[in-house]
Design a protein around this ligand. Structure first.
Ligand SMILES: Nc1ncnc2c1ncn2[C@@H]1O[C@H](COP(=O)(O)OP(=O)(O)O)[C@@H](O)[C@H]1O
Ligand code: SF4
Ligand SMILES: [Mg+2]
Length: 433
């Protein structure tokens, strides 16, 4: 079936009495999740004795809070530790150090048994809708698996509840007996969302939920997540590798670089006046037409070079090998994450948009002189025209710009799906694609 045709309307029926509501959500604004000094170092082992010779410092000491009802966007280039962070806070990975508190309770080292009730409250949506759904299971089995795993029988039975969830995410209840291959990418991601919502979670961590999807479908899935949040009072951590995806839906945004949070700010502060040079570079990759400067050529800051290896990150500020403002102190002293403006934390010795942004040591490092390239990307009017053309071509909202192609997937969590397929009732319809 045509994804565009089907994905248009999102109708969210009221939660039936048969829903699997188990606990009440925390009051909006209360701290739901608190992360302190969180680290994950993956050991590198070599030789016959498998001695540890080093470690990938994927997440290297991060602190943040997520309030009930808000959306925290997490952005950063590929390999900077976003997925690892997502897996740590959902406790799919064991941290090397630091703590994770959920509703004031330390869940950092809870065992499988103690974590089981928590699993209802914290769910994850994975990046790749093609590999995160078990191809051998029907949609009914996949979306119904959380009930079986938790031993929960919703009022009215699992099938009825799964069909309700399918309509909540904009799919047809008739899809119950079909298989993942019969669906397009956007529809599969909707199935993943339905599965994540099954147990009425409090926190949903979405790891690049739209990166693998067609541009025209991205906005629809992001809008669905947004609508579901309003309707169900969900709290989100949404991970993306550029700012365009999280721009509209986030209340606050954390920018990660090489296992660290370099800037954490309210969405509006971050967009109006980014303070970390890395945030500025990421923002400049998202062309935003400015109607006041329609004839002015806008420029993009193009960071040169790759993200350095997290096995031996650069000394001092980890961004100093790619920063055009780097001076000697950047190389030697790691800048702490400090609140430089209300609601805006930044880790930088020479922050942008700050009163004292002139560095005390004004001699730039040699590498800083050619760290970036400025690329003209056309006038604001040209950009606006290009956006209009793209929107007309897809006949869809063009508010989510294209992100680059899918990265190495790290999904595939459906191992736990129950084996017994729900096969009562209707026969599968032919695939319409
Ligand atoms: N299981 C693992 N074992 C070893 N290294 C890993 C593992 N998972 C991730 N990494 C490494 O940790 C770093 C961060 O990865 P990841 O969290 O996937 O980043 P992102 O999601 O931002 O692209 C990368 O260098 C990656 O290669
Ligand atoms: S100015 Fe220095 S501290 Fe700030 S981001 Fe650049 S290298 Fe890091
Ligand atoms: Mg990732």
């Amino acid at each position: 079936m045509s994804e565009n045709a089907e994905d248009k309307a999102v109708s969210i029926p009221a939660q039936s009495t048969g829903s699997a509501t188990l606990t009440k959500n925390a009051a909006p604004g209360e701290t739901l999740l608190k992360v302190t000094g969180l680290q994950k170092h993956f050991p590198i082992r070599k030789g016959l004795l498998q001695r540890q010779v080093g470690a990938v410092r994927a997440v290297d000491g991060i602190d943040f809070e997520v309030k009930s009802g808000e959306t925290l966007g997490v952005v950063g280039e590929s390999g900077c530790g976003k997925s690892t962070m997502g897996r740590l806070i959902t406790r799919l990975l064991e941290p090397t150090a630091g703590t994770v508190e959920f509703e004031g309770r330390d869940i950092t080292h809870l065992g499988v048994g103690a974590m089981r009730p928590m699993r209802r409250d914290v769910q994850m949506i994975f990046q790749d809708p093609y590999s995160s759904l078990n191809p051998r299971h029907t949609i009914g089995t996949i979306v119904g698996a959380p009930f079986k795993l938790q031993g929960v029988t919703p009022e009215g039975g699992i099938k009825k509840e799964v069909q309700r969830l399918l309509s909540v995410v904009g799919l047809s209840p008739e899809h119950y007996n079909r298989y993942p291959h019969e669906f397009s990418g956007g529809q599969r991601q909707r199935i993943g969302i339905a599965r994540a919502l099954a147990l009425n979670p409090k926190l949903v961590v979405a790891d690049e939920p739209v990166s693998a999807l067609d541009v025209s479908i991205q906005a629809q899935v992001v809008n669905l997540l947004d609508d579901l949040q309003q309707e169900l009072g969900l709290t989100y951590v949404i991970i993306a590798h550029d700012l365009s995806v999280v721009r509209h839906v986030s209340d606050r945004i954390a920018v990660m670089y090489l296992g660290k949070i370099v800037e954490l700010a309210d969405r509006d502060s971050l967009y109006k006046a980014p303070m970390h040079p890395y945030t500025k570079a990421l923002m400049s990759a998202v062309p935003i037409p400015d109607p006041r400067r329609r004839s002015a050529k806008s420029e993009r800051i193009l960071l040169k070079g790759d993200v350095p290896s997290p096995i031996s990150p650069p000394s001092g500020c980890r961004f100093h090998t790619r920063c055009w403002k780097a001076t000697e102190i950047c190389k030697t002293v790691e800048p702490p994450l400090l609140e430089l403006k209300p609601g805006q934390q930044v880790a930088c010795h020479h922050p942008e948009n700050a009163e004292d942004q002139a560095p005390h040591d004004t001699v730039l490092l040699t590498a800083a002189r050619d760290a970036v390239e400025l690329v003209a990307v056309g006038t604001a009017a040209e950009l606006a025209e290009a956006e209009r053309a793209a929107a007309a071509a897809t006949e869809e909202p063009a508010d989510v710009a294209k992100t680059s192609g899918p990265e190495a997937g790290n999904a595939g969590d459906d191992a736990a799906a129950a084996a017994d397929a729900g096969t009562e009732g209707e026969s599968p319809e032919p695939t319409e694609k």
